[in-house]
Ligand binder design. Structure first.
Ligand SMILES: Cc1cc2nc3c(=O)[nH]c(=O)nc-3n(C[C@H](O)[C@H](O)[C@H](O)COP(=O)(O)OP(=O)(O)OC[C@H]3O[C@@H](n4cnc5c(N)ncnc54)[C@H](O)[C@@H]3O)c2cc1C
Length: 219
């Protein structure tokens, strides 16, 4: 059995997202003549403040997210996005690993007996999964024993309006602790891409504040 950490990787984004948003937005006001090398930040801040969020849809970003199947189920509930997710129907858990093992994400906070119990059930599940494959069943049948903590890989593409919405919902204190970490990692990238859109959210959930909050939750 292999344990991995959740992760987020920025795969692609609209080049110069704030410039593209400015180009689109100034079409509404026919103020393209005001475009300079420095004008986009102020313009984007203004339309964001006014709630003219349709303009933010003109820039997009794609992320590769490694998380567990439970968190994956939550992520794909966001409808204004495009997805590709590793298949458990066609892909054996051990594909590319060279070992007879499944990969899991360990939930936060497990110690002592809870951790031993969790590891023990994961090992049992792994054994049953490979026994089913050995008996000639296909991955899509054997997968029925796999747990929510199984690692999955999702590529999610969305425009920045949807990322803003996703992060707002999924970084909130009531969201699952694991998806909160993913939302925070995505926020850091989005803030770098379009600071004038994500600044407010970033200031509320900067890496320092987030670490402090998690520390307080775990003590
Ligand atoms: C803390 C938390 C707990 C949750 N618990 C549960 C739960 O117990 N059970 C459960 O089933 N789900 C649960 N969810 C998931 C939730 O119900 C949504 O499916 C998910 O958050 C996606 O949100 P959304 O629909 O706003 O966003 P998206 O699907 O990303 O859509 C973005 C926005 O587009 C608009 N939109 C999209 N589709 C439509 C449409 N068809 N009609 C009109 N407007 C549309 C809406 O304004 C929407 O907010 C939970 C979510 C959170 C954050």
């Amino acid at each position: 059995m292999k344990i991995v950490e959740q992760s987020v990787e920025l795969l692609w984004s609209t080049p110069d997202p704030e410039k593209v948003i400015e180009l689109a937005g100034r079409t509404c006001y026919k103020s393209e003549d005001k475009i300079t090398d420095e004008s986009s930040g102020k313009f984007v801040k203004m339309i964001h403040k006014r709630g003219h969020h349709a303009m933010i849809e003109h820039a997009s970003a794609s992320f590769r997210i490694i998380c567990d199947r439970g968190i994956g189920n939550e992520i794909v509930r966001h409808r204004i996005a495009s997805y590709a997710q590793k298949s458990t129907r066609y892909v054996r858990c051990d594909k590319g690993t060279g070992k007879r093992e499944c990969t899991f994400i360990q939930p936060p906070g497990l110690v002592g007996t809870s951790l031993t119990d969790w590891q023990s059930i994961c090992l049992d599940i792994e054994e049953t999964y490979f026994n089913l494959l050995d008996d000639g069943h296909s991955p899509q049948i054997a997968r029925s024993v796999l747990p929510l903590c199984l690692e999955t890989e999702i590529v999610m593409t969305a425009n920045l309006r949807e990322w803003l919405h996703f992060i707002n919902l999924r970084i909130a204190k009531g969201a699952h602790p694991q998806i909160r970490v993913i939302a925070q990692k995505i926020l850091i990238h989005c803030y770098e891409l379009a600071p004038n859109i994500f600044e407010e959210l970033y200031n509320q959930h900067s890496p320092e504040m987030f670490a402090q909050e998690n520390h307080e939750n775990n003590t």
